[in-house]
Design a protein around this ligand. Structure first.
Ligand code: SAM
Ligand code: SF4
Ligand code: SF4
Length: 376
């Protein structure tokens, strides 16, 4: 058993040790990143999570996303392909997969997917818009699903406008109320992914998501609006994307997030260091040059395509080739090295963990976080 899987096992059975083990992991990764800077040959692929878009269909039409419309239209990952993929992931001791899309709850075999993934000992969580979660949660929970993360796109009419489907906010609330009534926080971990965009970079929007998270006993993760993922877009007139004149709003929002982190450490999933760095990720975008740790990732599209990360480094297609024939090949390791060297569109995927694993950035943003977090 590797050191990482042993640490994960200990953290699962003794949750109090998790923060310490995580800090140790990040420290070791910082050391490895420093070594990779000097000897790039040391960087090798080591898959820790496979993100699987099991369907490209979606029941919403978010302004910031192309799924359900222009991205891989109609593509759905067939069950036999998923079975082989999970068998290969288990054989290679990949610790976890994330089921997403599109809208994963629309896949007709989603419950069976969760079931077979858990059965072979691969951890499994789902990212969903939660619109029909209440209709499937009993079966999903029985299949072993214990963690759900959800895109959070505002409330009330603002939500309906953003997802371009009238009346869906009421449906979402109904679905979340029913889900929480069935499974409390001790049985089901819920997390809202707060999309930090030009529209939501203000104190009111943060307070709204905070109250929403409190209502559902959920945590909050921050996703900075994307500028280079093939399936995201920047809204009409690019109105979701940050502009130079937004700098003060972004700064005030980050300051407020740091304040909340200090007051309610478990509410926000990111560390203060990661939160402090989000201001630069939002404003500088591809001018942030921080080595990418996509060596730990794999992305599978609903059409079966496999890439190292959400954006690039194609490794093959599951309709032609098994995962086991793509994992840890010379091409896979080369892609990991290219990601580390940023021979890529240099997006801000994994922004938080990249900062924490890169010594100079970690020290820089730790100082920013210390300076700007108010005493509580
Ligand atoms: C592509 S969605 C798929 C899963 C599900 N349909 C949902 O909306 O949560 C996966 C995640 O992407 C994030 N996201 C959505 N739009 C985004 C955007 N324009 N920029 C950055 N992240 C975005 C949200 O956090 C969402 O949970
Ligand atoms: S962000 Fe999620 S819910 Fe919105 S359109 Fe994209 S896949 Fe659908
Ligand atoms: S920085 Fe590069 S390698 Fe990393 S996720 Fe973005 S495009 Fe992929």
């Amino acid at each position: 058993m590797s050191l990482e899987s042993l640490a994960r096992k200990v953290a699962r059975s003794v949750p109090a040790t998790a923060p310490l083990l995580k800090a140790g992991y990040r420290q070791r990764e910082r050391w490895l990143t420093g070594m990779g800077d000097i000897w790039p040959g040391l960087v090798r692929a080591q898959t820790e999570k496979i993100t699987i878009a099991i369907t490209a269909h979606c029941n919403l039409r978010c302004q910031g996303c192309k799924y359900g419309r222009d991205f891989m239209p109609g593509a759905v990952l067939p069950m036999p392909i998923y079975r082989d993929l999970i068998a290969d992931a288990a054989a290679a001791k990949v610790p976890a997969v994330r089921l997403y899309g599109g809208e994963p709850l629309l896949h007709p075999d989603v419950v069976e997917m969760v079931e077979i993934t858990n059965a072979v000992g691969v951890g499994c969580y789902m990212t969903t818009n939660a619109l029909i979660l209440d209709r499937k949660i009993d079966a999903l929970h029985a299949a072993g699903l214990r963690k759900i993360t959800m895109g959070y796109y505002g409330q009330g009419t603002a939500f309906d406008e953003y997802v371009q489907r009238p009346g869906r906010y009421d449906r979402l609330v109904e679905s979340l109320d029913a889900t929480r009534a069935r499974f409390g926080a001790d049985k089901l971990d819920l997390q809202f992914n707060f999309l930090l965009s030009r529209r939501s970079a203000n104190r009111e929007a943060v307070d709204e998501v905070r109250r929403f998270a409190e209502r559902y006993d959920a945590s909050i993760h921050v996703d900075v609006v994307h500028y280079s993922l093939p399936y995201f877009q920047e809204g009409p007139e690019r109105e979701l994307q940050f502009r130079p004149e937004d700098a003060d709003d972004v700064r005030r929002t980050i300051d407020y997030l740091l304040e909340l982190k200090a007051k309610y450490p478990h509410l926000l999933t990111e560390s203060p260091v990661a939160l402090a760095a989000f201001e630069d990720w939002a404003m500088k975008q591809d001018r942030m040059r921080i080595p990418c740790d996509a060596r730990k990732l794999l992305w599978v599209g609903a059409d079966g395509s496999v890439m190292l990360c959400y954006v690039t480094f194609p490794l093959g297609n599951l309709h032609d080739k098994r995962l086991r024939d793509m994992l840890y090949t010379p091409d896979h390791h080369q892609a990991a090295r290219d990601a580390f060297a940023l021979n890529c569109p240099n997006c801000h995927c994994e922004a938080g963990s990249r900062v924490e694993k890169h010594g100079p950035s970690f020290r820089k943003y730790a100082a920013v976080a210390r300076e700007r977090t108010p005493p509580v």
